[in-house]
Write a protein of this length. Structure first.
Length: 117
């Protein structure tokens, strides 16, 4: 599975961005797609995941309440809507795919999100 992420950019604090990730290749019903982020000098952290075939989703603590993960028009696309962004949200955001609730086997190239104060 190959992943293509898009939607990053520069936004002012309090603003919103929507990231999208499209997977190419066969996605099984057990597949999950998720988002992570990594800021300079920090460890990669989990943001949200979804099982596109049935819509199950869960969120990490880092952006809970400010993000929504959803399926796109097809089950191979997921979106991450991010609201009320803060400067500390500045990071490279990565899309991942794998077995929902288990492991992540494929990673996208990352998209930069920069939030200015």
């Amino acid at each position: 599975v190959q992943l293509q992420a898009s939607g990053g950019g520069l936004v002012q604090a309090g603003g919103s961005l929507r990231l999208s990730c499209t997977a190419s290749g066969r996605m099984f019903s057990s597949a999950g797609m998720g988002w992570f982020r990594q800021a300079p000098g920090k460890e990669r952290e989990f943001i949200a995941a979804i099982r596109p075939s049935v819509g199950n989703r869960h969120y990490g603590d880092s952006m809970k309440g400010r993000v929504t993960i959803s399926r796109g028009d097809n089950k191979n696309t997921v979106n991450l809507q991010m609201n009320d962004l803060k400067p500390e949200d500045t990071a490279v955001y990565y899309c991942a795919a794998g077995t929902y609730g288990s492991s992540w086997s494929s990673w996208g190239q990352g998209t930069q999100v920069t939030v200015s104060s």
